[in-house]
Design a binder for this molecule. Structure first.
Ligand code: HEM
Length: 153
């Protein structure tokens, strides 16, 4: 009876050990979104292309007109940092809170929809695969309430 009990205990421990190793292995092989899209240079290229499209859009260019080149460069760098950190990259975002940054800029729902359209066009331009594209669009989508003025409390 006692022998059987020990056998069952050993069996349970072995099962836990195997399950634990398999989970760790899976975690190790699951790459971050940041790595899957190609790392820092890819993030920077996506942000530059996206900002270029926004700045040349008839309706959206008003947000960037008149800004000093230094300021635009700073904002661009912060957005690269933000996306790098948000996708699991080795960056630390040093900018302001999204709500604080965008509050009062007067960004409307219509502006937002245009921006999302440009973002998708950018991802298509770089032929980002569907899985990663969906993850990136969901990530940006989650920021809507912090960017659209009427949604910021
Ligand atoms: C309709 C869409 C958007 C518009 C028109 C917009 C516009 C702007 C403008 C004008 C600034 C400069 C603000 C300032 O210097 O005071 C800014 C800053 C910033 N934006 Fe956006 N933005 C939009 C969406 C987004 C999205 C989707 C992200 C994230 C991926 C983002 C991330 C940032 C960051 C990180 C900064 C800099 C923060 C800082 O200055 O500390 N923005 N945005």
């Amino acid at each position: 009876m006692k022998k059987r009990f020990y056998k069952v205990i050993i069996l349970i421990f072995t099962a836990i050990l195997i399950f634990g190793c398999a989970t760790t292995e899976k975690r190790k092989t699951q790459k971050s979104l940041y790595s899957r899209i190609g790392g820092y240079d890819a993030v920077a290229a996506v942000v530059d292309n996206f900002l270029g499209r926004m700045a040349s859009d008839q309706q959206l260019k008003r947000f960037f007109e008149g800004a000093e080149q230094d300021n635009l460069k700073r904002t661009r760098q912060l957005i690269v940092e933000f996306v790098c950190a948000a996708t699991g990259g080795p960056c630390f975002y040093t900018g302001r809170d999204m709500k604080v940054t965008h509050k009062g800029l007067g960004i409307t729902e219509r502006d937002w929809n245009l921006a999302v359209k440009h973002f998708v066009a950018t991802l298509n331009n770089f032929k980002v695969p569907d899985k990663e594209k969906n993850e990136l669009v969901a990530l940006v989508g989650s920021l809507k309430g912090s960017v659209v003025d009427s949604m910021i409390d």
